[in-house]
Design a protein around this ligand. Structure first.
Ligand code: ZN
Length: 53
């Protein structure tokens, strides 16, 4: 069974659909390119990975 859910990017609010398949539980926003780490699925908990600039 593939676990799937929708979430909104904390940065640009684009709706993203995420599946458990995603490697390393890293979610990449297709709109702004920000990376989020999936900490917990239920309840949903994410952490934005800050990029060094
Ligand atoms: Zn985004």
């Amino acid at each position: 069974m593939i676990y799937k859910f929708n979430m909104n990017c904390p940065d640009c609010a684009t709706e993203l659909s995420v599946s458990e398949h995603q490697s390393g539980d890293i979610v990449l926003c297709k709109n702004c390119g920000c990376e989020m780490e999936l900490l917990n699925k239920d309840p949903l908990e994410i952490r934005v990975i800050e990029e060094e600039k």
